[in-house]
Design a protein around this ligand. Structure first.
Ligand code: MCN
Ligand code: CUM
Length: 808
């Protein structure tokens, strides 16, 4: 048989790995045909909403629901007293703590859920909420974790013995009633010794402020209990639908096979939708009580004020080096503000996430990290916002410490990085705090970045600008922001990563249909990352069927294989690997079918793009389409009919993507307005599946980095009032503030991942925040600036200029 088309054309037809295939999801999204939770409308569906606490810390003396129950359309009002007999007034958090579902005796943060009003529609629920009378007695408020650790006000009375004793928490001993855990890594004594005897030491304290990912779609769910069949269906904004099913089963007692959890389209997750919220529990209970479906959807203020915040890390560092800039040791202490309940969503053994990657991209022989978690009167959460489990904090910390050390050494910060990078030949590299970096080539990436932006030219221009400024010729300073980051994503190896005891493997199940098209289902769930597009590309390359003929389905626990969901940029490293492995099982069976059809031995055929060919006789082949059909219509001795496969993949290690970013900024010292002139981002995420999707991820992550570095903050006043609970006060960048990003890449495959891919979803955020911040700080370096805290909004930048005497 003669080919009609060339081999290259056959490759192109697959739209497999490496192709900038257009997003298949966008057909529905761009036409308003997405199906989000709030689009779900069921017969007789009710609406539930919360009475929330106006106080950050108060005792609840009484709740009177009588007037609310009189409001037309209100059907029920749930309080902790109603949930208590069911054992549902508290729920477990993903961090081993427990959290009130509805206020039980007291409230611990502003906006906390106090009562759940169930009504015929959202409007009646709102009227009902107004009519619930709650009598509060205000208590002293603690919003500063350092004060909380000294205070004699106990926030969590449930965690103190009657005799005043302090029982251990989920992560060991606690040293104060408001203390959650101490977690450490590395060699404390050796690090102290190295730093004490070092030629040069730089010390700095920094605060990575509290912020919020603010997805366009807020959190919500619809619970529908079918009492006849005993089946509960729960639609919701879940980044981990299977884990939610298990949690719902464990806390409700409903058997897991009778629970179906569905994540429909999700309008952005960014970690905000990993945890379990009181709204889920109350909706389920309300549906069971009323026998009707119940919907709960947060409004914007609810979302900003109460669901998973990000960061709130107070970090103090010491970094030591030789006179010529070789780093010898690193010490980091963190005071971590977790709010009223420890509801972080880290792997169990890592209460501070992967903060112990804080040695960054550098070969630092000795290091020590210690983290103290603290309760305060703020909303719970802590792991969200493209954070890779606190890697944003870790990278911000080390990239600021490097800059401060460069000042101390009076050295160029790019050069200081270069001489300390882990070298290509050192991989796999075991860091002082324990992680084994799989692969990297930092010098190549750094040199490419610096060359592309003409780093030396920029520094010369900056020096000239300083001269001009001093001579009164300009009021604008120039900052060159540098950052080099190493991420750790793909949680994770079951041996050290679990959430609530569930090992963090992931999965893919493939069914090939007789006509040569397919459906693949995964344990992950896209929230905008384009999985339906990219996972089909992995399969296209693995099994030789066009990506356009492969449906990817996620998010329905009745159909998808068990997986831990999408966060920590784990989908590609874990579920992507499962996809490739399941594809290879398909291919292995296809090989046997092909050999049978071609009447040769299995070993005499080989895979070639979209077919198996007889070795040495390329004109003799069977296409995957033909093989698929044969799997269903031929009786092949020794081979079962059908063509299906499933893979559960436990990754042997995490993946370690990295990148080199440069930001060039002009700052008007009189207005404090920064103008981003250039932003260059080089990312290395190993094998690239879809360059266009990667670029989209990078643009999104950088824009969120800009937001966090330059203005976004969840700020509290001393009374625990959230000062930034609306989009009037909470900065969301628009096209107006966002610069034109230049993206670039190198490719250093992961040696242990079946296709060499590393994650990328969070990289631009992790690397972007220090890059923007360093640009601001660098502009002021010639005038004596060492460190100022984010967010660098216009007011704070102006104050920095003022404090440095630049307005005199
Ligand atoms: N990709 C690729 N080649 C690679 C790596 C990734 O083409 N070498 C593609 C993937 O196939 C996938 C996308 O890039 O389509 C992101 O993949 P990955 O890095 O594996 O991250 P996840 O899919 O696990 O997404 C999670 C990550 C996280 S944790 C946050 S937070 C975040 C982020 O993704 N939330 C997002 N990006 C987001 N983007 C959107 N639009 N919405 C969110 O909520
Ligand atoms: Cu930490 S935000 Mo993402 O892991 O969903």
């Amino acid at each position: 048989m003669k080919d009609e088309i060339t081999r290259e054309e056959r490759v192109d037809n697959l739209k497999g790995m490496g192709c900038s295939r257009k997003r298949v999801e966008d057909a529905r999204f761009t036409q308003g045909k997405g199906n989000y939770v709030d689009d779900i409308k069921l017969d007789g569906m009710l609406f539930g909403d919360f009475v929330r606490s106006p106080y950050a810390h108060a005792r609840i003396k009484s709740i009177n629901t009588a007037a609310a129950l009189e409001v037309p359309g209100v059907l029920a009002v749930l309080t902790a007293a109603d949930l208590e007999p069911l054992g549902l007034h508290w729920m477990p958090t993903l961090a081993g703590d427990k959290q009130m579902v509805l206020a039980d005796g007291k409230v611990l943060f502003q906006g906390q859920e106090v009562a759940f009003v169930v009504a015929e529609d959202r409007y009646a629920a709102a009227d009902g909420i107004e009519a619930v009378e709650v009598d509060y007695e205000e208590l002293p408020v603690l919003v500063n974790p350092f004060e909380a650790l000294q205070s004699d006000v106990t926030l969590r009375e449930d965690l103190v013995g009657e005799d005043g004793s302090i029982p251990d928490g989920a992560h060991g001993p606690r040293k104060h009633p408001n203390h959650i855990f101490t977690w450490d890594a590395g060699d404390k004594a050796a690090t102290a010794e190295v730093i004490d005897n070092a030629e040069v030491v730089a010390t700095e304290s920094m605060y990575y402020h509290r912020t919020h990912p603010c997805p366009l779609e807020t959190c919500g769910c619809v619970a529908s209990m079918d009492k006849v069949n005993g089946k509960l269906t729960l639609w919701g904004t879940f980044q981990a639908p299977h884990a939610i099913r298990t949690v719902v089963s464990l806390i409700s007692g409903i058997e897991e096979h009778n629970i179906r959890v569905i994540s429909p389209d999700i309008g952005g997750g960014f970690g905000n939708k990993v945890g379990a919220y009181p709204g889920y529990v109350c909706s389920v209970v309300a549906s069971i009580v009323t026998g009707k479906p119940v919907k709960w959807i947060e409004d914007r203020m609810d979302n900003l004020m109460t669901t998973a915040f990000a960061r709130d890390y107070h970090m103090t560092g010491k970094i030591s080096a030789t006179k010529d800039g070789k780093i010898t040791g690193l010490h980091c202490h963190v005071t971590a503000d977790h709010g009223g309940f420890d509801a972080c969503a880290d792997p169990t053994k890592f209460p501070a996430g992967f903060m112990n990657i804080c040695t960054g991209s550098y070969d630092i022989p000795t290091a020590y990290l210690e983290v103290d978690g603290v309760y305060t009167n703020k909303a719970p959460g802590g792991v969200s916002y493209r954070c890779s489990f606190r890697v944003t904090e870790a990278v911000y910390f080390i990239e600021r410490m490097i800059e401060v050390l460069a000042i101390e050494l009076n050295m160029d910060a790019a050069e200081l990085r270069r001489i300390n990078f882990i070298k290509k030949e050192q991989f796999p590299y075991t860091a002082a705090l324990g992680w084994e970096y799989d692969s990297g080539d930092y010098h190549t990436a750094w040199d490419k970045a610096l060359k592309t932006v003409d780093y030396d030219g920029l520094r010369a221009e900056q020096a000239k600008r300083v001269e001009d400024f001093k001579a009164g010729k300009t009021r604008k300073l120039m900052g060159i922001g540098l950052s080099f980051f190493t991420e750790i994503v793909g949680a994770g190896p079951v041996k050290n990563c679990d959430i609530l005891g569930l090992g963090m493997f992931d999965s893919c199940e493939i069914r090939i249909h007789p006509t040569g098209s397919a459906i693949a289902r995964l344990g992950t769930i896209s929230q905008g990352q384009g999985h339906a597009t990219t996972f089909a590309q992995i399969l296209a390359s693995e099994i030789g069927l066009p990506a356009d003929s492969i449906t990817i389905e996620e998010g329905d626990t009745d159909t998808a294989p068990y997986g831990l969901g999408t966060y920590g940029s784990r989908s590609t490293p874990v579920a992507g690997a499962a996809t490739a492995m399941a594809g290879r099982k398909i291919r292995a069976k296809a090989q046997m079918i092909a050999a049978y059809l071609l009447e040769v031995h299995d070993n005499d055929v080989e895979f070639d793009v979209d077919r198996f060919v007889v070795k040495g006789a390329p004109e003799k082949f069977k296409t995957m389409k033909e093989i698929a059909f044969a799997a269903y219509n031929q009786a092949i001795p020794g081979i079962e009919p059908g063509l299906e496969a499933v893979s559960y993949y436990d990754p042997p290690n995490m993946t370690y993507p990295f990148g080199a970013y440069v930001c060039v900024m002009d700052i008007d010292v009189d207005t404090g307005v920064p103008e981003i002139r250039r932003f260059y981002a080089l990312d290395d995420c190993g094998t690239r599946i879809n360059p266009m999707i990667i670029e989209g991820q990078v643009h999104g992550g950088l824009t969120e980095a800009l937001a966090v570095a330059l203005g976004q903050e969840i700020a509290y006043d001393d009374m625990g009032n959230v000062k930034t609970g609306t989009l009037m006060d909470f900065f969301l960048p628009t096209a107006w503030e966002v610069p034109n990003y230049e993206t670039d890449y190198t490719v250093t495959p992961s040696p242990h991942h079946p296709i060499g891919a590393k994650g990328v979803g969070e990289s631009p955020h992790v690397g972007g925040v220090p890059c923007f911040s360093n640009a601001v700080q660098d502009a002021f370096r010639p005038f004596g600036n060492r460190h100022t805290n984010m967010p660098h909004d216009h007011w704070r930048i102006w104050r920095t200029a003022n404090a440095l005497g630049l307005h005199d």
